[in-house]
Write a protein that binds this ligand. Sequence first.
Ligand code: SAH
Length: 440
Amino acid sequence: MKSFNLCRTDKQTVGESKQPSDMQTEREDEDDASVEEYVALSSFTGSGSDQLSFSRGDRLRVHAKPSSEWWWAELRGVIGYVPASYLRQEEEEEEDTSLEDPWQDEEYFGSYGTLRLHLEMLSDKSRTEAYRHVILSNSASLRNKVVIDLGCGTGIISLFCAQLAQPSEVYAVEASSMAEYTRQLVKQNGCEEVVTVLQGRAEEIELPEQVDVLVSEWMGNCLLFEFMVESVLLARDRWLKEGGVMWPSSAALTLVPCQANSYYAEKMAFWEQPYGLDFTPLQPLAQQEFFTKPKFSHLVEPDDCLATPCDVLCLDMYTLQVKDLEEIKGQFHYCVEKSGVFHGFTAWFTVHFESLETGGATVELNTGPFSEPTHWKQTLFMLDRPLSVYTGDSISGSILLCRNPVWRRHMTVTLHWSINSSTGETDKCQVGTKSFPMWR
Ligand code: SAH
C-alpha cells in the first residue's frame, strides 16, 4: 500500500505556526475569557523547549490556536506548544468526532480511486514480485482454495492467483471506485470465472463462504501508518476458516541509529551562513518545521547505519488483536560499530509469507537499506541535536507506537534512548526522548 496524503495540510500548518515569542505578546493582551479548557485524550511527550508534555486526563488551558495542529497551552504554570488532536473539550465529546470522519475515508479511498498510487505500487517491482512469488511458489497448495484479496486495488494479486494457481474462487474486495475498473481488468484478462470483484469496505461486505487464504498488501509507512491492518484483522476474525492462512503471516519493524548528513545540512546547517549571513535565529523554527515529524521517503545508505539494525516489533498476523494496535512498545540495544554523528533513527519493515507447501521456503519482502529500494523507502526520525558517538558506545532504549485516539489512521512514535560511552566516562552518558506525530 502506498501512503496517500493524509498529511498534506498538516505539513503546511507547522511552517505557518507563529513563534512562541509572538504568541507571548498575544497572550499578554488577551483577557481570561478567551482561554479555553481542554482535556488530554492521551499522553504526549514534548520535544525541544517549546513543546509541553502532559498526561492523559490533564486539563490544559489553551491560550491560542496558531495553526490547526499546534496550539499554545498552559499546564500547571508551564506554557508551550501542544498537538491539538490530543485535546478535547469535555462537553463537546459527543459531537466532535462526528464533525469529521476520524478515518478520513473520503480522502483515503478517494486517493485510491485514481491511478497515481496504483501506478506507484505496481511500478514497485520488489513489492509486486514478492506477492507474485508467494503465489507461484505455493501454486500447488492453492488449488481449489478460496482466497480473499483484501484491498485488491487494480486486482493484481487476485489476477496472479487466477493465472498462476487454480483457486476455486478469489474474492477481490476494494472500497475505492477503482473496483469498477478492476472488474474490467479481470474480464479483459479472462479471469472472471475465478475472480469476483466486490466493491465495498471489507468490514461491510458479505461473502457466501469462509476463506482458506487471506492475502492483502496493507503495509504503510513505518509499517502501521494508515492502520489498514485493522481492516485485515477484522476480516480475518470474520472470514478466515479455522487453520486458514494469512499472507503476510508476520511483520517486523526494524530500527537503526544513523547519520543523515545531507538532510541535516540541507535543513539545519544551511542557516549557519547563507550568502555569508548568520541566519541561525531561524534554526529553532527549522527544527520545528523539518524535524518534528518523521521524514518519509528517506533512503538510508548502509554506510550511514551506525550499528547493526535491530527488530523492535514483531507482529504475528494470526494472533494480533485490534486492541493491541493502540500502544505497541519495543526495545533496542545497539553497539556502535563506527564513530560518526548520530542524527537520528531510520525505520523500515519486513513481512514474511509462510509457505503452504511442505518444506517450502518463506518469502520475505524487506524494505530496508540492504534490499532493493521499494516505494515505501524508509522513515527517518531526526533528533533535535546531532550527537557524536564512537565505536564501542552503546545506544539503548525503547520505541512506543501510540495510535491517535481520534484520528484512527495516525499515530505518534516516541523514542527514548540513552548513550553509554565505551570509555565509561559518566559525563558522556546522554539520555533523550522525542515524540514524532505521524501525522497527527
Ligand atoms: N492490492 C493492491 C492494492 C494495495 S493498496 C496492490 O497490491 O496493488 C491498498 C488497497 O486497499 C487500496 O486500493 C485501498 O483502497 C484498499 N482498502 C484499504 N482499506 C480497505 C477496506 N477496509 N476495505 C476495502 N478496501 C480497502
